[in-house]
Design a protein around this ligand. Structure first.
Ligand code: SF4
Ligand code: SF4
Length: 168
């Protein structure tokens, strides 16, 4: 006979809780630290379509891939989107690797997520983070140059990262 109560107790929170049920510490830990959502995005005036660029927000630490002033970010960057369960459901530009998007879609976290690997470096080793991919920060380039920096990779999963999950 299976002890289902023990199995349920052992299951990690992101498999058993919805985004709405997570406590603040669980919520924050669901971010894998990839930094993809901190890339500047451009919106087409006619279609509203969103395109990523490889330009980082002015507060992005492009090596650590974290915000350099997370507690005060919205005072300094008013259009920084504060993720909540509601915004996660509404945003169509969250990367497919994003921990919030994965849980909202009922999917498991990938092997590189620090909650799974136990190592905050694994998101970089997997090629999922923006480390080494940020061309400039937004205050280092004129606005008219941004359009030359449109990229598609933030909305894709790195192939090698997915292969490793399949083996693992
Ligand atoms: S895309 Fe998701 S997992 Fe990556 S930094 Fe943004 S919130 Fe965190
Ligand atoms: S203010 Fe911080 S959290 Fe917000 S987009 Fe910029 S780097 Fe990311």
């Amino acid at each position: 006979m299976h002890d289902t109560s023990t199995a349920a107790a052992a299951a990690p929170f992101w498999r058993t809780k919805s985004l709405d049920e997570m406590d603040p510490a669980e919520w924050e830990s669901l971010c894998d630290g990839c930094g993809r959502c901190c890339l500047v995005k451009l919106q087409d005036e006619d279609t509203d379509a969103i395109a990523y660029t490889d330009i980082g927000c002015k507060l992005l630490d492009d090596f650590g891939c974290r915000c350099r002033n997370y507690p005060d970010r919205q005072a300094q960057v008013p259009d920084c989107v504060r993720l909540t369960p509601q915004t996660v459901r509404a945003l169509d530009w969250l990367p497919p690797s994003c921990g919030y998007r994965l849980v909202e879609e009922g999917r498991d976290l990938y092997w590189w997520h620090p909650l799974v690997s136990g190592d905050p470096e694994s998101v970089h080793a997997a090629g999922v983070s923006v480390r080494g991919k940020v061309a400039a920060l937004e205050d280092e380039l004129p606005l008219e140059d941004f359009i030359d920096h449109m990229v598609r990779w933030p909305l894709r999963l790195p192939r090698g990262a997915v292969r490793r999950k399949a083996r693992g």
